[in-house]
Write a protein that binds this ligand. Structure first.
Ligand code: GDD
Ligand code: MN
Length: 372
């Protein structure tokens, strides 16, 4: 046998499918998912890449223990980064397979539909095959409660306003596409939040042919959902970022969204304090301080999630934030006054003041509080 033949005889062909599974605290599910993939993908060359964000429950250790006895299992542990979409991006870019499939790690997606998704992509029938709960034969009963159904339906309607293709289930996190298609789109992705499929469809420089394949959505096997208010805000910020086509930094969009919440908080607290008998200045003062604290918390956990301040740095950051916003409030009043004295237009003056304040607060927050 020639040298080359000996080498090829020892080397196994790589996987044709990489299943990318974003994980956070899924230690109770990874074993079950590997066994389920074994059944669902029997006869195919596949691998599964768990992308774990250094979960405190030992997910990575559990994945590594399985990987030691099964070379089709790989674990990617990320330190200091959080996020479903960015985890999927890193996992998909680490694949050398022809097709990447993305699914959740909690057994809610029906792995028996993976073959149909992969076949649809490999046959060239579509660029992206989506496991859909909202087509004939689909099922969404695994969503925990009415609130989650309302949230999912709301997200679908919002996404459908700007998606280039009509999809029944753009919220799905269960889909497959060619790895080279993913790699081509990757540089354009926002990579924030949960909705990586929406991000892909809105970021692709070329239109994508999408096919929906009916699938179920089961109860989660173990652990709990990570979807929270921050993830919802990230979804809205993702859509705004795509609508703004990048000329407004996503972070500024998020910061401005949080600012709007601050205005609402201020007004609510003012009304409540005034109802308790306080005069306008006292109500305005208390409303402003509460709004600043709420805004700081949201910015620290949402806008600057990747640079989150903790412990003493968080306290110091709050004090700095209140100082920056106080100067921003003075600038707001000053500019509004100046514009109002020029044209006696109340709304224009208020908008001008608010704009100068949000740009000042954003610039100072990004450079001195949540420094890169
Ligand atoms: N690496 C990483 N980092 N993985 C994460 C993170 C994170 O910050 N947050 C969530 N995940 C993983 C979970 O561990 C799980 O495997 C998967 O992403 C989905 O998270 P869930 O918390 O289970 O989300 P859900 O049940 O509310 O599902 C919703 O979002 C999914 C993802 O888009 C539904 O809309 C599903 O349709 C959708 O698939
Ligand atoms: Mn889930």
């Amino acid at each position: 046998m020639t040298e080359a033949a000996v080498i090829t005889a020892d080397v196994q062909a790589g996987p044709e499918i990489s299943v990318i599974v974003p994980c956070y605290n899924e230690v109770g599910n990874v074993g079950a998912l590997v066994a389920a993939l074994e059944r669902a993908l029997a006869g195919r060359r596949w691998e599964v890449i768990f992308v774990d964000d250094n979960s405190p429950d030992g997910t990575t250790a559990a994945v590594r223990a399985i990987a030691q006895r099964d070379s089709r299992v790989r674990g990617l542990c990320r330190i200091g980064r959080r996020g479903l979409s960015s985890a999927v991006i890193e996992g998909a870019l680490s694949s050398s397979a022809q097709v990447v499939a993305v699914m959740d790690g909690d057994m809610q997606h029906d792995e028996s539909r993976l073959g149909a998704l992969v076949d649809a992509v490999q046959s060239g029938a579509c660029d992206v095959a989506v496991g859909s709960r909202h087509v004939e034969g689909g099922d969404n009963s695994g969503l925990a409660n009415a609130w989650r159904h309302a949230l999912s339906d709301g997200g679908i309607k919002l996404a459908q306003l700007i998606l280039p293709v009509r999809l029944g289930d753009p919220m799905s996190g269960f889909f497959a596409l060619r790895q080279d298609t993913f790699a081509r789109i990757a540089p354009h992705l926002s990579g924030t939040g949960f909705k990586i499929l929406v991000d892909l469809l809105l970021s692709s420089p070329q239109p994508l042919r999408v096919q929906e394949i009916a699938c179920g959505f089961r109860e989660r096997l173990a652990g709990e959902s990570k979807l929270d208010a921050v993830v919802m805000l990230q979804f809205v910020a993702l859509l705004l970022d795509k609508v703004c086509r990048g000329w407004l930094p996503l972070r500024f969009v998020a910061f401005a969204l949080v600012g709007l919440i601050g205005i609402g908080t201020n007004l609510l607290v003012m009304q409540a304090v005034k109802a308790l008998g306080a005069d306008f200045s006292m109500a305005q003062g208390i409303g402003t301080v509460v709004a600043m604290i709420v805004n700081f918390q949201l910015d620290n956990n949402f806008t600057y999630r990747d640079r989150r301040l903790r412990g003493v740095r968080c306290l110091w950051g709050l004090l700095l934030f209140m100082l920056v916003c106080s100067v921003g409030a003075l600038a707001n009043v000053g500019v509004a006054d100046m514009v109002y004295n020029q044209n006696r237009e109340f709304n224009e003056a208020s908008v001008a003041g608010a704009l100068i304040a949000v740009v000042w607060n954003y610039a100072m927050s990004a450079t001195i509080i949540w420094r890169p």
